[in-house]
Design a protein around this ligand. Structure first.
Ligand SMILES: *Cc1c(COP(=O)(O)O)cnc(C)c1O
Length: 224
């Protein structure tokens, strides 16, 4: 058996240093069920996966009180697998995807919490709405007719760079956008708009200084 004791120690160390109001999501993609179990035994309950089939497989094998977050690029034909149980989908990058998730939410008799992914990094490859696209989608109030999704906030990934100032500026820009959207579109008391999912192993302290409420840490927990 592999010695997984380092996993629990890291979970405890990271959680002990988190300010109130920040949730740690342990990103278990590419890591086996036993590693997730080790984190679970250290008290961790929020886990993230980036592939629908991995999410489903782990959900079936692991304790039922785990909150499963979907953080990867979601294809429409995969929604049905995760719709019955997913806790939060972080990666909405089109209105069409939101509509599809709404349809599956209705089939499952639930309202599925979602985050709008904001493309802020310099890299071309990352998915998400530009800030302008996101604002115009919300301005067109068609989304308000979707009864089986709930838009809870935003998600972003900063540029993969050693330039700390650039990373800080990107998180700060997303936080300003988050506050603007909350004020303009979610201030009617009907919607909770309270989640900013930002920060990974290498940049989560900077994300927390800039309004992040949910950090997503993978290698910093699971890699030896
Ligand atoms: C893999 C991944 C993470 C975790 O990244 P680490 O650098 O391993 O902490 C966080 N968010 C998303 C969207 C990811 O794909």
């Amino acid at each position: 058996m592999r010695d997984n004791s380092y996993i629990g120690e890291r979970i405890k160390r990271i959680n002990a240093a988190l300010p109130d109001g920040v949730t740690l999501i342990a990103v278990s993609k590419y890591h086996p069920t036993e590693s997730v179990q080790a984190a679970y035994e250290a008290g961790q309950r929020d886990f993230g996966e980036s592939k629908a089939q991995d999410l489903v497989k782990k959900q079936q094998e692991l304790p039922a009180d785990i909150r499963w977050h979907f953080i990867g690029h979601l294809q429409s034909n995969k929604i049905k697998y995760i719709a019955p149980f997913v806790h939060l989908i972080h990666s909405i990058d089109s209105y069409r995807l939101l509509q599809e998730i709404d349809r599956h939410g209705a089939k499952n008799g639930r309202r599925i919490p979602c985050l709008l992914q904001i493309h802020i990094a310099k890299e071309e490859t990352k998915f998400g709405f530009t800030p302008d696209e996101c604002i115009s989608m919300l301005q067109d109030s068609a989304w308000r007719t979707l009864q089986n999704i709930e838009i809870r906030g935003v998600m972003c990934m900063a540029s993969n760079t050693d330039d700390v100032e650039q990373v800080r500026e990107e998180f700060a820009a997303v936080h300003r956008l988050f506050l603007e959207m909350k004020e303009r579109f979610f201030n009617d008391g009907e919607n909770r708009f309270d989640i900013m999912s930002a920060g990974m192993s290498d940049d989560y302290p900077i994300a927390m200084e800039n309004g992040s409420t949910h950090i997503r840490i993978g290698s910093g927990i699971f890699c030896e």
